[in-house]
Design a protein around this ligand. Structure first.
Ligand code: SAM
Ligand code: SF4
Ligand code: FES
Length: 370
């Protein structure tokens, strides 16, 4: 099949094989990318209209016990200026965010051993009690099943844990020996089983990544069926072993956003800060390529410059209210608007539900007639 035929197949059936994804992802044809973006934006509009969900990101600690080779918060980065917010500061961020219209708070941080369940559970509970109409999303890395369950029982609704790459060898090239893809996948499965709306994802253009790895990422997402998926370009950080590696491509990131939208029409798909960092209109282009979520920063202005996963991160000098105003203008420039509300997945219209899944890849004639 030609890449154009594969794109049509993905739009109609919402699934492809690994090798079909690889064929598509290996293409660099700008007409193909434009066609994918057009189709994906139409699907987004059909499911979500012109509303883009906003999530208030609270980066509450930059301590991390891990040493992921790509990340500026890795423990070996002795030059990182470490901080952690108090419960009072975190609740004040939520309060400010609530006033600005946010109905989802995302608590994100490094894997900070200080934040035991004994500390986190009461925090989640008090956010839940103070803001009963809001969704609470956590992004705290790998924890035990018991911990995930306790956080869910305390009132957290969603959990973001990017799988980073679905290829075990590639995973081992991005992480220290103590970390494994098997464990990451176990965490993702447990989060789903517990009942979290679960998000996985990966960086585009991470070191050593080829179209084959990306194809495996897409096939994994197709199988896992997460509610959310975070993808953004890899951007090097000067104090990591990948300091001299090339950043991920804007165009490929946009193309993958489109493919994800076509694969899963109701996916909660952010146009990430990393996308806004590699291009001044990166997030707007992400929306035009099919994304339907933006995650402005609600962290106190004083700590923003310290949560540096990569170099040149945007929105580190602005106040939360400034980012919301700025985003509103940006969304308007692409014919969209901020949608307030928790922003749960919407039901997929019948005509976008696709055809049934046939394990051998072939669709029986009979079904076509029916
Ligand atoms: N510590 C938690 C975790 O790893 O899941 C949450 C915070 S972590 C900083 C959030 C995400 O940032 C990671 O999943 C990774 O994909 C992304 N990230 C880290 N370093 C990056 C870089 N140099 N460029 C782009 N994204 C990066
Ligand atoms: Fe820590 Fe997450 Fe960065 Fe890995 S990606 S070093 S777990 S903050
Ligand atoms: Fe933060 Fe534009 S979104 S300054």
């Amino acid at each position: 099949m030609t890449p154009y035929e594969l794109l049509d197949k993905l739009s109609e059936t919402h699934e492809l094989s690994v090798s079909e994804y690889e064929t598509l992802i290996s293409e660099t044809d700008s007409d193909l990318y434009a066609r994918a973006a057009k189709k994906a934006a139409a699907v987004r509009r059909k499911v979500y209209g012109d509303g883009i969900f906003i999530r208030g990101l609270i980066e509450f600690t930059n301590y991390c016990r891990n040493d992921c080779l790509y990340c500026g918060l890795r423990k070996s980065n002795r030059n990182a200026d470490r901080y952690r917010l108090t419960n009072k500061e975190i609740l004040a961020c939520c309060e400010e965010g609530y006033g600005l219209g946010f109905r989802t708070f995302v608590l994100q941080g490094g894997e900070d051993p200080y934040f035991t369940d004994e500390r986190l559970v009461p925090l989640v509970r008090s956010i839940r009690n103070t803001f009963p109409d809001c969704a609470i999303t956590l992004s705290l890395g790998e924890r035990s099943r018991e911990s995930y369950q306790a956080l869910y029982d305390a009132g957290a609704d969603r959990y973001l844990l990017r799988h980073e790459t679905a290829d075990p060898v590639h995973y081992s090239m991005l992480h220290p020996r103590e970390m494994s893809l098997v464990h990451r996948m176990r965490c993702l499965t447990e989060l789903k089983e517990i009942g979290f709306q679960t998000g996985c994802g990966f960086m585009v253009g991470s070191p050593f990544q080829t179209p084959r790895e990306l194809a495996r990422d897409m096939a994994f997402i197709q199988e896992f069926q997460p509610e959310m998926c975070g993808i953004g370009p890899f951007i090097p950080h000067s104090e990591t072993p990948f300091a001299d590696m090339a950043p991920g491509s804007l165009d490929l990131t946009l193309f993958l956003l489109s493919l994800l939208r076509l694969m899963k029409p109701d996916l909660l798909l952010p146009a990430t800060t990393a996308l806004g960092t590699i291009h001044p209109r990166g997030r707007e282009m992400g929306i035009e390529a099919g994304a339907n979520v933006v995650m402005p920063n609600l962290s106190p202005a004083g700590v923003r410059k310290k949560y540096l996963l990569y170099d040149n991160k945007i929105c580190t000098g602005e106040e939360s209210a400034q980012c919301v105003d700025c985003l509103e203008t940006r969304l308007r420039s692409v014919g969209c608007r901020i949608e307030t509300g928790r922003g749960d997945p919407k039901e997929i219209p019948r005509d976008l539900q696709g055809t049934p899944d046939f394990p051998d890849g072939g669709e029986p004639e009979l079904f076509r007639i029916l």
